[in-house]
Design a protein. Sequence first.
Length: 66
Amino acid sequence: MTKVARLFEEEKIEYANNILNERTYSLVKEMLLDNEDMAKIMKYSKLTKKEVLKIQADLLPLAANH
């Protein structure tokens, strides 16, 4: 595989991962806003408790504005 082809492949993988991360973040955000159980959020998002809590902390300023 040429260097250009390898770089292109790496960019495709990075793009796909970014889309997946955005969708997971959106799913977790909606579940948190719906007051879903932490275990359920972790099950469906495949994230750790620490990762879910980080997203929850990111939402706190948004919740304060409403």
